[in-house]
Design a protein around this ligand. Sequence first.
Ligand SMILES: *[C@@H]1O[C@H](CO)[C@@H](O)[C@H](O)[C@H]1NC(C)=O
Ligand SMILES: *[C@@H]1O[C@H](CO)[C@@H](O)[C@H](O)[C@H]1NC(C)=O
Ligand SMILES: *[C@@H]1O[C@H](CO)[C@@H](O)[C@H](O)[C@H]1NC(C)=O
Ligand SMILES: *[C@@H]1O[C@H](CO)[C@@H](O)[C@H](O)[C@H]1NC(C)=O
Ligand SMILES: *[C@@H]1O[C@H](CO)[C@@H](O)[C@H](O)[C@H]1NC(C)=O
Ligand SMILES: *[C@@H]1O[C@H](CO)[C@@H](O)[C@H](O)[C@H]1NC(C)=O
Ligand SMILES: *[C@@H]1O[C@H](CO)[C@@H](O)[C@H](O)[C@H]1NC(C)=O
Ligand SMILES: *[C@@H]1O[C@H](CO)[C@@H](O)[C@H](O)[C@H]1NC(C)=O
Ligand SMILES: *[C@@H]1O[C@H](CO)[C@@H](O)[C@H](O)[C@H]1NC(C)=O
Length: 352
Amino acid sequence: MPLVSTPYPIWSMYLFHASFLFYVYLVHVNVSSNNLHGKIPIEIGSLRKLEKLNLFTNNFSGQIPPTMWNISSLDVLSLAYNNLEGNLPEEMGQLRNLSVFAVPGNKLSGTLPASLYNMSSLFFITAAENQFHGSLPANMFSTLTNLQVFGIGANQMSGPIPTSITNASLLQVFDIGVNSFVGQVPSLGMLKHLHWLNLNYNNLGNGSDNDLDFTTSLVNCTKLENLILSTNKFGGPLPNSIGNLSSQLIRLYLGDNQIYGTIPESIGNYINLIALVLEYNQFTGTVPNTFGKLHKLQLLGLGINQLSGQIPSSLACSVESPRERINMRDVIRELNVTRKAFLCGLVNVEYC
Ligand SMILES: *[C@@H]1O[C@H](CO)[C@@H](O)[C@H](O)[C@H]1NC(C)=O
Ligand SMILES: *[C@@H]1O[C@H](CO)[C@@H](O)[C@H](O)[C@H]1NC(C)=O
Ligand SMILES: *[C@@H]1O[C@H](CO)[C@@H](O)[C@H](O)[C@H]1NC(C)=O
Ligand SMILES: *[C@@H]1O[C@H](CO)[C@@H](O)[C@H](O)[C@H]1NC(C)=O
Ligand SMILES: *[C@@H]1O[C@H](CO)[C@@H](O)[C@H](O)[C@H]1NC(C)=O
Ligand SMILES: *[C@@H]1O[C@H](CO)[C@@H](O)[C@H](O)[C@H]1NC(C)=O
Ligand SMILES: *[C@@H]1O[C@H](CO)[C@@H](O)[C@H](O)[C@H]1NC(C)=O
Ligand SMILES: *[C@@H]1O[C@H](CO)[C@@H](O)[C@H](O)[C@H]1NC(C)=O
Ligand SMILES: *[C@@H]1O[C@H](CO)[C@@H](O)[C@H](O)[C@H]1NC(C)=O
């Protein structure tokens, strides 16, 4: 399901040299996937009609020129996968028409500017794989009411998940993996369009029995395909409702937490699963026979638990060699790649 279809023609510009700066009436500039390097010219600010600027996958370095934040006509700004550094200034809030802001895969640092959270035109924000720190404002989803994609994975962010996420009814992707977020996860039952939830590699939960209560609210997220909760501090047993999630579930990562109790048979009903990772927990009992129904499984992690009995023979047939022990680094690596492919595939390749 495409997030947005963008059928408009892109007037491509494949040369990025001084002469184009005379084209002050340029509306779309797309110089993506080239080998361009050096700084983004300061004169970019004179393109006063510019609506779409795609410079992704080049090797632009240095800071984003301050004139960028004066191009108030900008609708799409993608600087993804370059070598850009420095901070995002408060002035970026001047881009009142911006709907897509994509800067993953750079060396940007500092805190995200407060004005960013005021930009209600935004429906797509990715700033993954940078060096941002600081916390997210609790009310950010009360002002970013159109947000469909929010990705801040692989940064140095901390603090709790914003409580206002409870109301973010349009959110499809929430990816904060590989950061230092703490606390309990709010109820997500209003997020009817959610299909990617990645909380991997944070400090969420505190080893207590109700840490996973929020998963009960996920029963409402009937489009959920990826539920990634591994490497946190989630404790307690799995709620019964873990078997009532979306039948479209393809990835379920619960590994490297403090979850105990038996593995519910109902997990075997998610016949579309390609990855099921439960290892590095304190599960007891046997591996449910229902796992034999998981014919699409490519990755199964059960190791480092207190399971007993045998691997169901049905499973041995469906999974060629269940990887008993997955290095949790492999999980991050796989998710790094999957996240990029997923985000870039969700929207048009134009953005990432
Ligand atoms: C990108 O630019 C940096 C310096 O700005 C340079 O060290 C690096 O080799 C360049 N990478 C590519 C792939 O050209
Ligand atoms: C932005 O535009 C304003 C008004 O035209 C001007 O005063 C300011 O110097 C510009 N800022 C930059 C960084 O270009
Ligand atoms: C912002 O978008 C609106 C609606 O498309 C348009 O009328 C307006 O001119 C745009 N503003 C700027 C500064 O381009
Ligand atoms: C956010 O918007 C409100 C209302 O328009 C304004 O009062 C506030 O100063 C803005 N904050 C930032 C950081 O831009
Ligand atoms: C959710 O929205 C309602 C209605 O606007 C509001 O009263 C409530 O405070 C919001 N909840 C959070 C956690 O922001
Ligand atoms: C689930 O959806 C129903 C109907 O839209 C809503 O009334 C309920 O509050 C939602 N549950 C949660 C936990 O948000
Ligand atoms: C875990 O966090 C919850 C909610 O913040 C709190 O009520 C509980 O006391 C904490 N438990 C432990 C063991 O720290
Ligand atoms: C979960 O599904 C079972 C049937 O598979 C049903 O009996 C139960 O009421 C459901 N629970 C919730 C919380 O939806
Ligand atoms: C995942 O991506 C981040 C950011 O690019 C990188 O720092 C990290 O090393 C990657 N992790 C693995 C395990 O590949």
